[in-house]
Design a protein around this ligand. Structure first.
Ligand code: M6R
Length: 619
């Protein structure tokens, strides 16, 4: 939540405004309630800020241009304290002379008490934000220390909550200072130019050399380099790494929206997530886990913590991991985990799943699990992010940058990575499924081609979506691994098309939800493979008949060749045949495509749905 950019360099790299605005355009998915920039101009700071999307700031800059500068910061906001107004937009100015400008991501929990102290000193506030309090505090500390890094260090000692802060001061040109606690900040290292960003997308157009910061650190960038200190003043060093993707990966690549591009990226996301995880004999090798085989063999319980789409990936993984390992798996919404007095000990493996690696709820669950002595593994898509850093080990998904707020390719990559983990545990523990690991991996390797086939035949789904633009409510049913897919389909529709949508376990229908069925009610049904065990397929076909008999319009997602659904389906959407546990990697695709085109048909903003932000860095 909130995108942050900082730049200091030479005019050779473009003006600070160009670099900062380019960074903001790439980070807008993190929040789009308002945007603003501040630049150093001689002995003063100039700011421009506007509520609404970045386009409003661009218009403001055309109307009131800023001078060329080599030092600047910029912000896109997801509002917490104070509404999305021009006044509350960042940057905020500090001090009587307004020589300091500061931007912030996160929440300062003790801002009220700090504000009372400033009010008592006669400080006047221009906004309702917690951020402005910090701006005034850093400005006052600067008056005392005459050094922005020292001033920042003095102030962060008194702050409670989660924050990334960036500041510039008119009396200290060619310097941007950043601080982070439980909130993202990465450094980009260029030639005679350096960068700060909420994530590497902020500077990917300029450099792929990055520096990861630890918690409670302050970084000072100048054109010559970056210096890191801990909050207590001791010198520190960031961890250098190379970003594995380039600017083109963070662009639409000819598609109208990022979401459409990312749906079409899914074969790559699955393929790349499988890469390098088997030896020539097909045995799984996960050296990257940095947890001993002994510790993993000892695990007697797995808890998956995640939110939203990532939690549905976790629910899907539960079926597979329990089946392959016979270890009980529980899936806990990360924001509930801490409060349910979880049963966790040193034999519990807590697996967090997060695309961004910054979701605060998930981060706090991981920290809590570690306090309780659990082993923690993070399944994550973002190198250098906080959750992997705070975990004992990480298994990266390789989906590439996901920019659209609605998660698509990350979901498939998360299922893939958690299956890889489950198969690895099965292989380690021996038992009846250890030998199957290799054949399942082989089948997984064939899934990307099946997704490609499926994507090529989505024309009818697009037509159905357009035709349903006025629909007020859609239900989704599934059983077994089809159940989380049904919930994911409903989530996509809620967040993109603002339609009432609900996903149910199909067996639950007769216990209440069937009362919702009235003539014409559209219901998607995710049908399991006819090869599923325990008569699962037949039970879902019966469920279709039950709702059809009550007037539902049935939109059935079924495997190629499954003729049993034909008599009861108003529409059949075919997916390539695959073994039941792998089916979610296919059956979710038509639901993503449906939500994309229904939202488009309604004229909504597919990539930036209302009230949301890509990375939820507040609790
Ligand atoms: O970055 P994360 O995977 O931790 O994000 C978790 C959820 O906020 C995220 O999946 C959210 O539900 C998506 N916007 C849904 O499309």
């Amino acid at each position: 939540m909130c995108g942050i950019v900082g730049y200091v360099g030479t005019t050779n790299d473009g003006t600070a405004l160009d670099v900062v605005m380019e960074g903001l355009a790439r980070l807008e998915y993190r929040g789009y309630d308002s945007a603003g920039v501040a630049l150093l101009d001689g002995d003063h700071v100039e700011t421009r800020k506007k509520s609404g999307k970045l386009a409003n700031l661009t218009a403001e800059l055309e109307a009131r241009p800023l001078p060329a500068s080599t030092t600047g910061i910029g912000h896109t906001r997801w509002a917490t304290h104070g509404g999305p107004t021009d006044q509350n937009a960042h940057p905020h100015r500090g001090g009587k002379d307004g020589k300091l400008a500061l931007i912030h991501n996160g929440i300062i929990e003790n801002f009220h008490a700090l504000k009372q102290g400033l009010l008592a000193d006669g400080v006047e506030f221009a906004s309702e934000t917690d951020t402005e309090v910090v701006a005034h505090l850093v400005a006052a500390a600067y008056e005392q220390h005459r050094d922005l890094t020292t001033a920042m260090r003095a102030v962060v000692a008194d702050l409670e909550g989660a924050f990334t802060l960036l500041a510039i001061h008119a009396d200290q040109p060619d310097v941007v200072v950043g601080a982070r606690r439980n909130s993202p900040l990465v450094v980009g290292l260029g030639e005679n130019a350096n960068y700060l960003g909420s994530d590497v997308a902020a500077f990917i157009g300029h450099t792929r050399h990055a520096l990861e910061l630890a918690q409670d650190q302050i970084v000072t960038i100048t054109p010559e380099g970056a210096t890191v200190v801990n909050f207590d003043g001791t010198p520190a060093e960031g961890k250098a790494y190379e970003v594995t993707w380039d600017a083109a990966a963070a662009e639409k690549g000819g598609y109208a929206t990022f979401m459409e591009k990312e749906i079409n990226d899914q074969p790559h996301a699955v393929r790349d997530t499988l890469l390098g995880r088997t030896d020539p004999e097909g045995r799984l090798i996960l050296d990257e886990l940095r947890i001993s085989e002994e510790q993993l063999r000892n695990v007697d319980r797995i808890t998956i913590v995640a939110c939203g789409t990532a939690a549905y990936a976790g629910m899907t993984a539960k079926y597979a991991i329990e089946h392959w390992t016979r270890i009980p798996v529980e899936v806990s919404l990360a924001h509930e985990f801490r409060y349910c007095d979880p049963i966790v000990n040193e034999r519990t493996l807590v697996v967090s799943i997060s695309q961004s690696g910054e979701t605060m709820d998930t981060l706090m669950a991981v920290k809590h699990a570690r306090e309780l002595g659990a082993l923690t593994i993070s399944i994550c898509n973002t190198h250098g992010s906080t959750i992997p850093r705070e975990s004992d080990a990480v298994l990266y998904t390789h989906a590439g940058p996901e920019i659209a707020v609605a998660s698509t390719k990350a979901f498939l990559a998360q299922i893939t990575a958690s299956y890889v983990l489950g198969l690895y545990l099965a292989q380690l523990r021996g038992g009846s499924f250890a030998d199957d690991a290799q054949s399942v991996m082989k089948e997984l390797a064939g899934v990307p081609a099946k997704i490609e086939t499926l994507l090529a035949q989505m024309g009818r789904v697009k037509e159905i979506a357009k035709f349903m633009a006025d629909t007020r409510s859609v239900l989704f049913l599934g059983r077994h691994v089809g159940y989380p897919v049904a919930m994911e389909g409903a989530l996509k529709l809620k967040e993109l098309a603002y339609i009432h949508a609900e996903g149910f376990a199909a067996g639950e229908l007769k216990h209440g939800p069937i009362a919702l069925i009235e003539p014409g009610q559209p219901v998607f049904v995710v049908v399991p493979s006819p090869t599923s065990e325990h008569g699962l397929h037949g039970k879902v076909v019966s469920n279709i008949q039950e709702i059809r008999a009550r007037g539902a319009r049935t939109l059935v997602i079924a495997e190629e060749g499954d003729e049993a659904v034909e008599p009861f389906a108003d529409e059949v959407i075919r997916v390539p045949a695959t073994s039941p546990l792998l089916a979610p990697l296919l059956t979710v695709v038509p639901l993503q495509v449906f939500a994309l085109w229904l939202s488009t048909a309604k004229g909504l903003d597919v990539d930036q749905p209302r009230n949301l932000a890509k990375s939820v860095t507040v609790e």
